[in-house]
Design a protein around this ligand. Structure first.
Ligand code: GAR
Length: 197
């Protein structure tokens, strides 16, 4: 059973979708993995309480307590590395983790560090993706699961979902529809990645 460590900063709905997929015997993409721990960089993140209620190991590493990114990433790696199994290194899954990681951290976990971003990359990397898609007059929005490389919101694409922009959409209504698709494509992308290992 491969161990997954999920990093979050917010509500944790993608975390929840991945936990559910790992636990459902008959889930079509059968992951063959378990969420071993959840790490948040934010004390009040609802996802942290959600993870605790699901009986998962949780860790809080508040980035504001660190002098720089290198020091934070070193402690983050130390927590993650507790979850390697003797057979396999841990898979690191960013699920709404709103911190830029150092190139050293990204290199260390290359090929097993995955992110989800709420746009059709390579369009609209960075913040405020839904508002930017609306402002640009896009007819379609979506989400992308990709391997993380040192350049922000780049890296090989594993899975995408396309979501039509509807008349009257706001950033909030569009984000909500995209999020429901995220919950489908993230477990599917992880299942495909794990089946290749
Ligand atoms: C998701 O929409 C995810 O794509 C986005 O944060 C949200 C987290 O929701 N991630 C990013 O913007 C990363 N650049 P969740 O906490 O409910 O899973």
């Amino acid at each position: 059973m491969r161990n997954i460590v999920i990093l979050i900063s917010g509500s944790g709905t993608n975390l929840s979708a991945i936990v559910r997929a790992c636990r459902e015997e008959d889930w079509p993409g059968r992951l063959g993995a378990q969420v071993a721990a959840v790490v948040s960089n934010k004390a009040g993140a609802p996802g942290l309480a959600l993870a605790q209620s699901q009986g998962l190991d949780t860790h809080l590493l508040e980035h504001s307590a660190y002098p720089d990114r290198e020091a934070f990433d070193a402690d983050l790696a130390a927590v993650i590395d507790r979850y390697h199994t003797p057979q396999e290194p841990v898979l690191v899954v960013l699920a709404g983790f709103m911190r830029i990681l150092t190139p050293g951290f990204v290199d260390k976990y290359a090929g097993r560090l995955v992110n989800i971003h709420p746009s059709l990359l390579p369009a609209f990397g960075g913040l405020h993706t839904h508002q930017r898609a609306l402002d640009a007059g896009c007819k379609f929005a979506g989400a992308t699961v990709h391997l993380v490389t040192p350049e922000l919101d780049h890296g090989p694409i594993l899975e995408q979902a396309v979501v039509p922009v509807l008349p009257g959409d706001t950033a909030q209504t569009l984000a909500a529809r995209v999020l429901t698709q995220e919950h489908l494509i993230y477990p599917r992308a992880l299942a495909k990645l794990l089946s290749k290992k």
